[in-house]
Design a protein around this ligand. Structure first.
Ligand SMILES: Nc1ncnc2c1ncn2[C@@H]1O[C@H](COP(=O)(O)OP(=O)(O)O)[C@@H](O)[C@H]1O
Ligand SMILES: [Mg+2]
Length: 322
């Protein structure tokens, strides 16, 4: 069982997290818009409005992206912008190129033409050093969880801090416990992946993805393979992390119910002759109003209208109670 969760160390999607000079695990002050902003005391301050959230800035800019595997063009002219603090959902049917787009965003697949900029860095052409600086600012949650099967939850979450910072063991311990607490897994530190449920595994994967306090997290199908109730818990986790830390998310999913809970922006891909294109870009409300037949077809085919059933309600139905 443990093997099932073993992460391929050389996985193409696994961002390499470089050593951080000086051992600081988080982004540098230049990457924290609030750094250096101090409120000075002024009479009547108690009644003055709270400081405003920093204006959103683009963190991902995809322009006219064309990508292919050998002779098969998979993405054909993709445009997408993700701003700081956004939860962007990339949706589309199976095989529409969502994971391929994610690979281009991470710089593991080089576009044929067009560009992908993450934090202003051209992911296909920048020198390793610049790309590494980007990897330091992002986290990744893999579809499989990709935890190391022979390591405990604590060890899995601690690994990026141990490998890429020179933080004291005590500080790492506090940080790891905090992150496991944030994903509601306090007390599960010593469990191996084989001793955790599917939802708990996914939570550990989130704790590991945020261990270095990233500004943005990529997730590939975060609720795939989970029962719907557990999947909704993952949605809540994404929403809470986004709201509490203004952490941006770029979530690949085909689960429209999840999209409605978490997304503030949606990019929909649809396969076309000559490669997938963006058929919709906007908010959930704009998606509802969109009359494009391809968009409507995808939205209507999703189990969007299914009610969320709690176990107690299912039990009531089974025993015939109202
Ligand atoms: N490594 C690969 N080599 C060749 N073709 C691939 C590879 N990965 C994906 N594809 C093809 O690219 C298309 C899009 O795949 P993918 O990006 O995985 O779609 P999605 O994530 O939306 O399901 C599919 O036709 C798939 O078969
Ligand atoms: Mg995929």
């Amino acid at each position: 069982m443990a093997e099932e969760h073993a992460a391929p160390r050389d996985s193409a999607l696994r961002p390499r997290i470089p050593r951080v000079p000086g051992g600081c695990p988080g982004p540098g002050p230049e990457t924290r818009p609030w750094a250096g902003v101090r409120r000075r005391y002024t009479p009547g301050m108690a009644s003055s409005p709270p400081p405003e959230t920093p204006a959103p800035v683009p963190v991902i800019e995809v322009r006219d992206l064309v990508a292919r595997y050998d002779e098969q063009v998979v993405l054909n002219g993709i445009n997408m912008t993700v701003n700081s603090g956004d939860v962007m959902c990339i949706v589309g049917g199976s095989g529409s190129g969502k994971s391929t787009l994610l690979r281009c965003l991470l710089g593991t697949l080089k576009p044929v033409s067009g560009s992908v900029r993450v934090f202003g860095v051209d992911m296909a052409n920048a020198p390793d050093k610049e790309r590494d600086a980007v990897y330091r600012r992002i986290g990744m949650v893999y579809q499989s969880g990709a935890l190391f099967g022979s390591m405990t939850a604590w060890e899995n979450v601690a690994l990026p801090l141990q490998e890429h910072t020179s933080l004291d063991g005590k500080i790492i311990d506090i940080s790891v416990r905090m992150k496991l607490g944030l994903v509601r897994l306090a007390g599960f530190e010593d469990r191996l992946p084989s001793q955790l449920s599917g939802g708990q595994l996914k939570r550990v994967a989130f704790a590991r993805a945020i261990s270095m306090d990233p500004e943005m997290v990529f997730c590939d199908e975060p609720s795939a393979g989970l029962d719907p109730r557990i999947g909704r818990g993952i949605d809540d986790l994404i929403r809470n992390l986004n709201r509490a830390f203004n952490m941006a998310f770029c979530v690949v999913t085909h689960d429209m119910e999840s999209v409605r809970v978490i997304a503030n922006r949606i990019t929909m891909l649809a396969p076309m002759a000559g490669g997938a294109q963006v058929v919709f870009s906007g908010t959930a409300e704009e998606l509802d109003a969109c009359e494009d037949p391809t968009v409507r077809d995808f939205v209507n085919r999703s189990p969007l209208k299914e009610p969320r059933w709690e176990p107690a309600e299912i039990l009531k139905q089974l025993v015939g109670e109202d």
